[in-house]
Design a protein around this ligand. Structure first.
Ligand code: LMR
Length: 328
C-alpha cells in the first residue's frame, strides 16, 4: 500500500514536470517583404509580444523575404497547415473572395487615411470574415501604402504606358487596370520582380515606397511617377481550423499581441512612407517625378472604367462605402 502510494506520488510529480516542460506551440509567420517594411515590423513585433506574454507556451518564427514560401504558395501552405500566419496583399485574395478586389480599384481611395476609414467601417470589417467558409480567418488589416508607377520611360500620361509590359500582383483588377491604358500586364511573384525589371522581362511595375526601396526596384527603373493611383495593404490571416483548436488562454494572448502588432505596423506605415520616398530620391538611381493635377486626372479617367467592369463581383454597396471614406 505504502509502496503504491509512493509510486502514485512519483508518477504525478513526473507528469507535472513534463507538463511544465511541454513543448511550446510553434507559430510560423511567413511573408515576402523585408523586415524594415511595415509588414516586416509588425511580424517581428508580434513575435516579441507573444514571447513575452505567453512565455514558454508559444514560440513565433518569422520568415521574411519569401524565405519559406513565395506569394504563389503561401496561401496553399496556410490551408495545409505548413504555416500558421501570413499577411498577403489584398490583391492576392481574388481566388478566395471577389469582394476584396475592391482594394485594387484604381483611384478609388484618395489616400491611406481614407483606406483606413473604409477598413474600420462596418463594410470593411465584414470583409475580415468573408473567407471563413474557405477556412481562412482574418485578424485585421495592415497598411503598406499608396502605389507609385515606375518604368524606364516617363509615365506622365496614360499614353506613355501604351505597349509597355508591367509586372503586376496576381489580381484580375490590376490586369484590367493596365489593359485600360493599352499596356501588357504580367502576373509575377514578388520575389522575381527585381530580376524581371533588371533583365527587361517587364518594363515597369507599381509598388509602395517601402517595397521599392527595400527591394531596390528603383535601381533598375529610370523613372517613378508619384501617381498614388492605388493602395497596397494586407490582411493578416490564420487557418481557421488551427485557430479554433488552440486553448482559450493562448487565443486570448495571441489576439492581444496581434492587435498591438497591427497597430504598430500601421503607425510605421503612416510615419515612414515619406521617409522611404526620400531615401529613393536621395539614392539618385531613379528620378522621382511629380504629376500635375491634370496629368493625374488623365490617368484617373483612363483607368476608372475598371470600376464598372468589377462592380458586379465586388458589390456596389462596398464601392459606395469606400467612396464615402474619402475626403472626410
Ligand atoms: C507585391 O507582390 O508587390 C506585394 O504584394 C508584396 C508585399 O507583400 O508587399
Amino acid at each position: 500500500m505504502k509502496f503504491s502510494l509512493k509510486l502514485l506520488v512519483a508518477g504525478a510529480a513526473l507528469a507535472c514536470g513534463l507538463a511544465a516542460h511541454a513543448a511550446p506551440i510553434v507559430i510560423k509567420y511567413s511573408h515576402v517583404v523585408a523586415d524594415v517594411t511595415p509588414k516586416g515590423k509588425a511580424a517581428l513585433k508580434f513575435k516579441e509580444l507573444v514571447e513575452k506574454n505567453l512565455q514558454g507556451k508559444v514560440e513565433v518564427q518569422v520568415f521574411p523575404n519569401s524565405q519559406l514560401f513565395g506569394d504563389g504558395k503561401e496561401m496553399e501552405a496556410l490551408l495545409l497547415g505548413d504555416v500558421q500566419i501570413i499577411a498577403p496583399s489584398l490583391a492576392k485574395f481574388g481566388k478566395y473572395t471577389p469582394k476584396l478586389q475592391i482594394f485594387d480599384l484604381p483611384f478609388l481611395f484618395d489616400d491611406i487615411a481614407a483606406v483606413d476609414r473604409f477598413q474600420a467601417s462596418p463594410e470593411g470589417q465584414s470583409l475580415l470574415t468573408s473567407m471563413s467558409k474557405k477556412g481562412i480567418m482574418g485578424f485585421g488589416y495592415l497598411h503598406n501604402g499608396m502605389k507609385q508607377l515606375s518604368a524606364n520611360t516617363k509615365l506622365l500620361t496614360p499614353a506613355d504606358a501604351k505597349g509597355l509590359k508591367f509586372r503586376i500582383q496576381a489580381s484580375d483588377v490590376l490586369e484590367a487596370q493596365f489593359k485600360a491604358v493599352g499596356a501588357n500586364p504580367q502576373k509575377i511573384s514578388f520575389s522575381e520582380v527585381y530580376q524581371a525589371l533588371q533583365t527587361g522581362v517587364v518594363d515597369g511595375t507599381e509598388n509602395p515606397w517601402s517595397n521599392t526601396y527595400s527591394k531596390k526596384f528603383h535601381e533598375v527603373q529610370k523613372y517613378i511617377v508619384e501617381s498614388d493611383h492605388g493602395v497596397l495593404d494586407y490582411m493578416v490571416i490564420a487557418n481557421a481550423k488551427w485557430w479554433a483548436g488552440l486553448p482559450p488562454d493562448v487565443q486570448k494572448g495571441l489576439k492581444a499581441a496581434m492587435d498591438e502588432s497591427i497597430a504598430y505596423g500601421n503607425k510605421a506605415a503612416f510615419q515612414e512612407a515619406l521617409t522611404f520616398r526620400d531615401k529613393v530620391i536621395a539614392d539618385k538611381k531613379a528620378e522621382v517625378l511629380p504629376l500635375t493635377k491634370e496629368q493625374k486626372l488623365a490617368w484617373r479617367t483612363a483607368m476608372k472604367p475598371v470600376w464598372q467592369k468589377f462592380e458586379g463581383e465586388i458589390g456596389k454597396n462596398l464601392i459606395d462605402a469606400a467612396q464615402r471614406a474619402n475626403g472626410k
